[in-house]
Design a protein around this ligand. Structure first.
Ligand code: NAD
Length: 365
């Protein structure tokens, strides 16, 4: 038996695997299926959720859904402020909504999750970015600059509709950054503490689809093939994120976003290559899968090069982090123990953050 076969046998010999109970409709033009899907699920009074930037979609959804749509709340915001969730709840109660239709990315779907949690209104998501929130049971709420997150099966959307044509308007910067955010879900799923053969397949295929499609989706936003490939990769990435626990990368980005107000997806993009370099010797099979999916022999270098190719900021400095914040970021990110393939200690994490701040990828050792 060669070493690949031995590794596979050991991975297959013992694992646990949980299936997400959530329907998916995927494909160009899938939005047209929404009325029939609401009818199938027995929903009659939908409240539409959007951000102010996507409020223009209310008219289109009104025409599509007719009397199934009872109203709209167009104030969804990044990281779901508690006050926003409370205002949306009031609107849902006034309208006797029996479901929400969240049309947008992680911010809007996050608001739908808050309503699914309390007062328990099920969500149908029309996911229009690559962040992957619609495939996970993870919710988050923010108050006074503090984000609280949790996992609850009730917040997983009852159905997600992925229509690549709805991503034609996704700005190049959000396309690139939320695409890298999705790649980060795949990378960490591959070396997750709960990694299993099924999520490994999903994550590697997600990386392959995103790696092949993102550069073209950024250059040619209306190319349906590129948009379909990227959204397919994002669907797989979200599924991986919703199935297994994450590690150092997500911890660092949560800390940088939550405590230093850095933009969510761009931070994921700027940090990912550094975490891959940090972990590569301690998760060789997983990082080999990343490299295979991206068609390279140096996964970290390829992820770092993608930043320039996709015209994304290559450093935390460019994202507005102050150099004086690096010490407290390292403290915060190492306060409590969590799983990571390579042990996490303050000095090493301070080094990693210093590299990410300067936009300088450490060489392979
Ligand atoms: P987002 O939802 O904040 O969207 C970014 C901007 O792009 C918004 O203005 C939005 O209206 C606009 N937009 C979205 N789709 C568009 C389209 N197709 N065309 C034109 N404009 C469009 O961005 P995001 O990266 O999807 O979500 C980030 C948020 O999601 C963060 O709060 C993050 O913490 C959360 N998130 C949660 C999970 C989870 O599992 N709970 C997973 C990933 C991200």
């Amino acid at each position: 038996m060669d070493t690949m076969t031995v590794a596979r046998v050991s991975l297959l010999s013992s694992f646990t695997y949980n299936t997400l109970q959530s329907d998916v409709v995927f494909g160009p033009g899938a939005l047209a299926r929404l009325p029939a899907e609401l009818d199938r699920l027995g929903f009659r009074r939908a409240l539409l959720l959007t951000t102010p930037e996507q409020a223009g979609e209310v008219a289109r959804l009104g025409a599509l859904l007719g009397s199934r749509l009872v109203g709209a709340f167009t104030e969804a915001r990044m990281h779901v402020p508690v006050a926003t969730a409370s205002a949306a709840r009031t609107r849902a109660r006034e309208l006797h909504a029996d479901c929400t239709v969240a049309f947008g990315g992680g911010s809007t779907i996050g608001l739908g999750k808050a309503l699914a949690l309390d007062p328990g209104i099920p969500q149908v998501a029309v996911d229009t970015t690559y962040a992957g929130s619609s495939r996970t049971p993870i919710w988050g709420l923010t108050e006074n600059g503090r984000k609280t997150t949790g996992t609850d099966a009730r917040v997983l959307p009852r159905l997600t509709l992925f229509d690549p044509e709805l991503t034609f308007t996704l700005p190049a910067r959000v396309t690139a950054a939320s695409g890298l955010n999705a790649m980060a879900h795949c990378v960490e799923a591959l070396y997750s503490e709960q990694a299993n053969p099924v999520t490994a397949l999903v994550a590697e295929e997600g990386l392959r689809a995103l790696g092949a499609s993102l550069p073209r989706a950024v250059r040619e936003p209306q190319n349906v093939e590129a948009r379909t490939g990227a959204l397919y990769g994002a669907f797989l990435a979200g599924t991986a994120l919703g199935s297994v626990g994450m590690a150092l990368h997500h911890k660092l980005c949560h800390t940088l976003g939550g405590s230093f107000d850095l933009p969510h997806a761009e931070t994921h993009a700027a940090v990912l290559a550094h975490v891959v370099r940090y972990n590569e010797k301690h998760a060789p099979e997983a990082i080999a899968a990343v490299a295979r999916a991206l068609g390279t022999d140096d996964a970290a270098a390829r992820l770092f090069a993608l930043l320039t190719e996709l015209e994304l900021p290559t450093s935390l400095r460019e994202l507005g982090l102050a150099e004086t914040a690096l010490d407290s970021a390292a403290d915060l990110a190492t306060q409590r123990p969590y799983f990571n393939p390579r042990p996490v200690d303050r000095a090493s994490i301070r080094g990693l953050l210093g590299d990410a701040f300067a936009g300088r990828l450490a060489p392979r050792t």
